[in-house]
Design a protein around this ligand. Sequence first.
Ligand SMILES: *Cc1c(COP(=O)(O)O)cnc(C)c1O
Length: 232
Amino acid sequence: MRSLEDNVNRIMGEIKDICLKKGRDYKKVTLIAVTKTLDIPRIKEAIDFGIKNIGENKVQELMDKYDDIKDIYDIHMIGHLQSNKVKYIIDKVKLIHSVDSLSLMKEINKRAKRAGVKANVLIQVNVADEASKFGIKLDEVKNFFDNATQYNNVVIKGLMTIAPHVEDPEDARPVFKALKLLYDELGEKNYENVRMQHLSMGMTNDYLVALEEGSNMLRIGTGIFGQRVYNK
Ligand SMILES: *Cc1c(COP(=O)(O)O)cnc(C)c1O
């Protein structure tokens, strides 16, 4: 088994290589270490190897870990978020990656206002229109933006997707390409409360392809920490 250090170094190296090849600045790519199911000592190990951002996908788990990690990492909420749980995390996370409805947008705005903060969010897009996945359908995103940009305590910072799980990551390339295209298009419009900066796509199985297609936020769990053990 490869060590945490080896994994992080390898991935950082790959990020540099691909950015160099594409003429991009590798410093503008954020590596988010996905720490769901991991305990605090394990999570803290990553700090030694230059990890500054971590991702959690469940509100309860994020809350349980919060006090132990809040001073060392920026925390990203990457999983599906129910409206009634927004209040617990609104002042704790740097970025919510998973906004997938107007009602959630509205609730985030309300809670952000109440907490006296501006919430930073990404809009989750279900590019391949999979029934098993959350997210706005690709062809409905523009319409969504027309309605979602009225909330002054929420800044839309970009888009996120979870690509279909495929054997060969090459098969996910069209998904990443399509989202990058939309990301660029939306970025050229002058929406209020929108600052397109983050394109969150790429996980252990497909991050190299996602990066080649323009991702600047990778969410990697297994590839950094090894296989997850559920139901401890
Ligand atoms: C678990 C998770 C990841 C990381 O998955 P790996 O395959 O372990 O890299 C990325 N994004 C989301 C939304 C996740 O829930």
